[in-house]
Design a protein around this ligand. Sequence first.
Ligand code: AMP
Length: 117
Amino acid sequence: MIYDDSNVFARILRKEIPAQLLHEDHLCIAFRDLAPQAPVHFLVVPKRPIARLADATDEDKATLGHLLVIAGKVCRDLGVAHDGFRTVINSGVRAGQSVFHLHVHVLAGRDLRWPPG
Ligand code: AMP
């Protein structure tokens, strides 16, 4: 899928619209989800323009690994790592992806059922 840089996360990355930032480094940012589905719900978003996980390539390996490391770090910072958290990547329309800039959802702070939706 061709990356379209008018999506909302590209605009947050360009600081055109605000977000409740939890972390920023040279590879990614993490910020709170606008419509949280759990007491803690944040997104880890790479700075690289990757539309979907389905579009990731070998060149994205380090970035994708980094997103998961940061997910765990932010959970430790927020005090929810010990009790448990869930990471989710929706890739494509049937999986529920609505913003076409790859992102990792991180949910915590309540019991999470399995299987999801
Ligand atoms: P997905 O449906 O997997 O693409 O997830 C997109 C997520 O982005 C949803 O959970 C939305 O609530 C969230 N979202 C959309 N716009 C914003 C925004 N401006 N700031 C923070 N989260 C947002």
